[in-house]
Write a protein that binds this ligand. Structure first.
Ligand code: 3HC
Length: 310
């Protein structure tokens, strides 16, 4: 069932869906990343469908988008509260919600997957949407660390498949990594670049290599900060203060690990450690393993290296 927040008259007909431009976007997974991706697409005028496993997850995505849009509106429409309200309601009006995967992709020009980082789960999903989406639909995964080519392997449209890697918080971070596999066609790649521009992101291109550009540099950096703490070389606060004031980073590495999620950080490191056991940068970190085992996942669980309980 597809639920609509409101019907908004759009400036294009359904035949536009068959043209080169991307108008209809389906985002599978309405978590932190998925809801951010849906938001920036809707802000840019796309009609967006978020697909999630149940209504509770969809409601969560909806309220996350609403409050983020209100932050944007406060900033952009400082002295024009009415315009700000209209911006929020118009944007929300372009967001549909669905719990039915097949149905949610039926009109999509682009499907972006932002679900759990498990290859077998992604394979099951892409098999299903490959059968349900129109022939022209291009697919992208927002995976942080898995191989795009391997994710795409279960589909019959490997030429229409690539990576679109966003950064948290999606509405604020200006970068979009576009990943081109050996099979991604020039046409698909160009559509990704054009869409990235249309949603206001600066794109960089990377091959289908572990972590692409940003995570390949950022994750080992956060891991080294955890090891520094584990050795007792400096306190968490001092490590973070050092990198903020000494290197100009907006967040220290431990704050950032909490922000990204310690489970996500661990998941990425463990995957790479399995693939490249000889690389000491990817070795498991006891302090991270312990926090994750205790359910201290960072900001989202209320505690990680720091406490976020109100
Ligand atoms: N929605 C809308 N606006 C938001 C927002 C959101 N979710 N979060 C923050 N903002 C806006 C605020 O309204 C504010 O706007 P203003 O300056 O114009 O008033 C601005 O962003 C700054 O926010 P705050 O004042 O609340 O806080 P900070 O100045 O500390 O900035 C931050 C917060 C933007 C998160 C900044 O600390 C930062 O850039 N941190 C680094 C984030 C980062 O490195 N992300 C990448 C992680 S890696 C990743 O995502 C990859 C994945 O695969 C793991």
């Amino acid at each position: 069932m597809i639920m609509r927040f409101s019907i908004l008259k759009r400036g294009f007909s359904s035949s536009n869906a068959m043209s080169a431009a991307i108008n209809q976007v389906t985002v599978i997974g309405g978590g932190l990343m998925g809801s951010g991706i849906a938001q920036v697409a809707a802000q840019a005028g796309n009609t967006v469908t978020i697909c999630e496993v149940n209504d509770a997850a969809l409601q969560k995505a909806q309220s996350r988008i609403q409050s983020s849009l209100e932050r944007v509106a406060k900033k952009v429409y400082k002295d024009k509260a009415e315009d700000g309200k209209k911006f929020v309601s118009d944007t929300m009006g372009r967001v549909n919600l669905s719990t039915k995967v097949g149905e949610s992709v039926q009109k999509a020009d682009l499907v972006v997957e932002a679900i759990i980082e498990k290859m077998e789960v992604k394979h099951k999903l892409f098999k299903e949407i490959d059968g349900a989406a129109p022939a022209h639909t291009i697919f992208a995964s927002n995976t942080s660390s898995l191989s795009i080519k391997e994710i795409a392997s279960v589909t019959k449209r490997k030429d229409k498949f690539g990576g679109l890697h966003f950064f948290n918080p999606v509405p604020v971070m200006k970068l979009l990594e576009v990943i081109k596999t050996e099979d991604t066609s020039e046409d698909t790649y160009n559509k990704f670049l054009a869409w990235g521009k249309a949603i206001g992101k600066t794109t960089v291109t990377c091959k289908d290599t572990p972590g692409f550009v940003v995570n390949r540099l950022l994750v080992p950096y956060m891991a080294e900060a955890c090891r520094l703490l584990e050795r007792g070389d400096a306190s968490a606060r001092d490590i973070d203060t050092a990198m903020k004031l000494g290197a100009g980073y907006p967040m220290g590495p431990l704050e950032l690990a909490d922000y990204v999620g310690l489970d996500t950080t661990k998941y990425i490191l463990d995957g790479w450690n399995k693939q490249f056991p000889e690389n000491p940068l990817f070795a498991p970190i006891k302090i991270v393993d312990k926090l994750v085992a205790e359910g201290k996942l960072g900001v989202k669980s209320g505690e990680g290296f720091y406490s976020y309980k109100k």
